[in-house]
Design a protein around this ligand. Structure first.
Ligand code: SIN
Length: 546
């Protein structure tokens, strides 16, 4: 790549059009910033529209008797298995009601009950009915609809079909803009003193995932190459109940929301025996990591590739009314949930780790912000509590825009360092080779030998390619995605190999115990300046030196 062939300018570039990105963009526009939103697909192509369960929040005037913000915070910390950051949990959970109010003023409509009060459901790890929902089981779709409509009303500029290549920096290391391929794969430069990554997750590292096709870890790769740190990358949450459509099924799989279990659904194995009996005091409503691991063990014991979710107690009308999305996806494979149990299996769902960021979205690179699933604020620790992610996107999205606006008042418009233009070819492995290795060795149940084998297979397959040397737009985007997947896989495998214990979503069969003294802290990953490869920094043991 020789350099940019087109140029644009903004105060803030937002990469991504999910809940965090759109919330940030709308806030920034209200604050008078010139905002450009960049997305490689179309608006609404990310993970947000697929979120079913809802938004976990304790509203002052509409909560279960006895439920409190503090109880929500406690459930979040328990699910997070010792790695949540107290301050992040407290701030995000406490600010939740304001963020939901704001979203409702933006136009989002949540379901109400017969009494006209907001309806609430429950999911794994929650000690109360505190999850707001929309369209029965289509909460994310309603959130996305409302935010996109507001973005159109406020004339937020959205560049669709534009793929972010690299964050550009000044010689002093501050953000100066973003290198982008436009919709004809022509490289361009958006000069901006602030870039917010809101690119979502990394589910496409695995063969089966609940994530959108575009969830290829792009923001994590941009952050690493831009000099920022990642943390808790080893904690990939597998959703316990993704619709099982056959052992060869690949790519995005439809969710069967945890709210089905929240309202009485029961997991049984192929012999009809309950999966969660005796495993955890909350049984089928245990935190997600516990349920997904128990299902995985039971599938291995019974030699089956799925288990069954029995929701027949709802009856035909009630199930269809309460869970229209799940009902439709079941019907598409010939399953009637009112009459027979739903076949389900765990699949990659959520990155609990990500770009190290404060609850105001600030990263350790001046001018670079992160919000939503791509960010690691410390809310989720080693395992995210169900339905805390839309909440986090709303809260941190807004706060990141406010932080960027405040920081811009103290900065002059920077000029990018010519040397930071992305000239180096990147390692790119074949996606199906990478996904097979990650699914086999970096899912639920990892060993040192397996993680090393996955790293070896991916490295052996990778070829160095310039990211824009492609003949078609589709090829350009998928090459950038594959480069991100390759870099993120290497970083994740390194972090998972380093953490020699089992905690939350990170299950090491060769280290089944949890060791709070050595591992009760986050591992971080940075790009080594000399090798250009990810290097993992193990945590400082509690009370000891590094
Ligand atoms: C679900 O509805 O089960 C998914 C919600 C979430 O991942 O928080």
């Amino acid at each position: 790549m020789t350099g940019p062939r087109w140029e644009a300018r903004a105060d803030l570039v937002v990469v991504g059009t999910g809940v965090a990105g759109l919330t940030a963009a709308l806030t920034a526009v209200e604050l008078g910033l010139r905002v450009l939103v960049v997305t490689k697909g179309g608006p609404g192509d990310g993970n947000t529209p697929h979120a079913q369960g809802g938004v976990a929040v304790v509203l002052p005037a509409a909560h279960e008797p006895g439920d409190t913000v503090e109880r929500h915070a406690r459930d979040t910390r328990v699910a997070g298995a010792g790695l949540c950051e107290e301050d992040a949990v407290e701030q995000i959970v406490t600010y939740g009601p304001d963020a939901v109010d704001r979203l409702r003023r933006t136009g989002a409509r949540f379901d109400t009950g017969d009494d006209n009060a907001l309806a609430r459901t429950r999911e794994g790890g929650h000690g109360a009915f505190r999850i707001l929902r929309a369209g029965g089981d289509a909460t994310g779709a309603e959130v996305e609809r409302a935010l996109l409509a507001a973005a159109r009303d406020h004339r937020v500029a959205v560049l669709t079909g534009h793929t972010a290549l690299d964050v550009l920096r000044t010689p002093g290391g501050e953000v100066a803009g973003l290198a982008v391929l436009d919709s004809a794969a022509i490289p361009g430069l958006i000069s901006a003193p602030a870039v917010l990554l809101a690119t979502g997750g990394l589910g496409q590292l695995y063969q089966a995932t609940s994530n959108a096709e575009g969830a290829t870890g792009d923001g994590l790769a941009l952050a690493l190459r831009g000099g920022a740190s990642l943390a808790d990358l080893e904690f990939v949450q597998f959703h316990p109940t993704v619709l099982f459509t056959g052992s060869g099924a690949r790519g995005r799989r439809p969710l069967v929301t945890e709210a089905v279990r929240g309202e009485g659904g029961i997991l049984v194995d192929s012999r009809g025996e309950r999966v969660m009996a005796g495993v955890h005091p909350l049984a089928d409503l245990a935190p997600r990591d516990v349920v997904a691991a128990a299902i995985t063990r039971r599938m291995a014991e019974t030699g089956s590739d799925h288990v069954l979710l029995d929701a027949t107690h709802f009856g035909a009308q009630a199930f269809r009314r309460r869970f229209p999305t799940v009902h439709a996806t079941c019907a598409a494979i010939g399953v009637d949930p009112a009459r027979e149990p739903i076949p389900v299996a765990p699949a990659a769902h959520f990155a609990c780790g990500g770009v190290v960021a404060t609850v105001d979205g600030r990263t350790d690179v001046r001018g670079l912000y992160a919000a939503g699933e791509v960010a690691r604020t410390g809310l989720h620790g080693a395992n995210r509590l169900a339905s805390n992610s839309l909440l986090e996107g709303l809260v941190v999205g807004e706060r990141a825009a406010r932080a960027a606006a405040a920081d811009l008042r103290e900065r002059t418009a920077p000029a990018p360092d010519a040397a930071s233009w992305p000239n180096r070819p990147a390692a790119v492995a074949d996606r199906s080779v990478l996904q097979r290795a990650m699914s086999r060795h970096a899912g639920i149940g990892r060993t040192a030998a397996g993680l090393a084998e996955a790293a070896r297979v991916i490295a052996a397959d990778a070829r160095h390619r310039p990211l824009d040397a492609t003949s078609t737009v589709l090829d350009a985007t998928s090459t950038v995605e594959d480069a991100a997947l390759t870099l993120v896989a290497e970083a994740l495998l390194g972090a998972a190999a380093e953490r020699r214990e089992t905690r939350g979503c990170h299950v090491r069969t060769d280290f089944p115990g949890t060791d709070d003294i050595t591992w009760g802290r986050s591992t971080t990953v940075r790009l080594d300046a000399a090798t250009g490869r990810p290097s993992v920094h193990r945590p400082v043991p509690v009370g000891g030196a590094a």
